[in-house]
Design a protein around this ligand. Structure first.
Ligand SMILES: O=C(O)[C@@H](CO)OP(=O)(O)O
Length: 247
């Protein structure tokens, strides 16, 4: 049996302010730093060790990974960063407060933007200062890969090539892997691993800073998955994510 650990970054400043974040490169809050350290302690006390770590090119995920590995005294673990693990690009919603947006457009519309599988939020333009093409970290991306807004479907489509070609072969080859990423980029991976339907993924929410353990068969078919930590607190945190954008 193989094990894979997924970890959503700790609370970020824009999680705290309840703003749509996407590719905006905000940092962790003090609470988020604590969550990342707690995740490291939990992983350590449960005997986890990693040969390889994967994360996005966004600092809330990178720092969460550093803090986690530091708590495990494994800062020497090789880390691979890739934009394909980034949060879903939230287009023109990036920066807006979720509850205010729900007051303006209605709970139902905002739920569609947040959780429907294939509806994109409103797009930014290539002149917008939020356009990733202005950011040097994305300078090697092909222009047609640079998003103006992404649905979860778009996120699945750009995450999966990296999973299939880079991460999955490492796990099959025997490496113990942790992936530190984002609410929606991890929903994309979970949808693929567990073959969750386009409809059912709507109700699936991932809390910040809680390790999600997947036990996999040799061919990477999931056997079961579970969160490490206090079940009641985790349930509450998932519910809080789901209710963030109510008017
Ligand atoms: O703002 C975002 O980028 C994401 C994750 O924090 O939010 P949501 O859960 O609303 O998709």
């Amino acid at each position: 049996m193989k094990k894979l650990v997924l970890l959503r970054h700790g609370e970020s400043t824009w999680n705290q302010e309840n703003r749509f974040t996407g590719w905006t490169d905000v940092d962790l809050t003090v609470k988020g730093i604590g969550e990342a350290k707690a995740a490291g302690q939990l992983l350590r006390s449960n005997g986890f060790n990693f040969d390889l770590a994967y994360t996005s090119v966004l600092k809330r995920a990178i720092r969460t990974l550093w803090l986690t590995l530091d708590e495990m005294d494994r800062m020497w673990t090789p880390i691979k960063l890739n934009w394909r693990l980034n949060e879903r690009h939230y287009g023109a919603l990036q920066g807006l407060n979720k509850a205010e947006t729900a007051r303006q457009y209605g709970d139902e519309q905002v739920l569609i933007w947040r959780r429907s599988y294939d509806t994109r939020p409103p797009e930014i333009t290539t002149e917008d200062e939020r356009y990733p093409g202005f950011d040097p970290r994305y300078s090697k991306m092909a222009r047609n890969e640079i998003p103006l807004a992404e649905s979860l479907k778009d996120t699945v489509e750009r995450f999966l090539p990296y999973w299939n070609e880079i991460i999955a072969p490492q796990i099959r080859g025997g490496s113990n892997v942790i992936i530190v990423a984002h609410g929606n980029s991890l929903r994309a991976l979970v949808k693929h691993l567990d073959q969750i339907s386009d409809q059912d993924i709507l109700n699936y929410n991932i809390p910040t800073g809680v390790p999600l353990i997947y036990e996999l068969e040799e061919n990477l078919k999931p056997i079961r998955n579970y969160y490490l930590g206090n079940a009641e607190q985790i349930e509450e945190a998932m519910h809080a994510v789901a209710s963030q954008a109510k008017a």
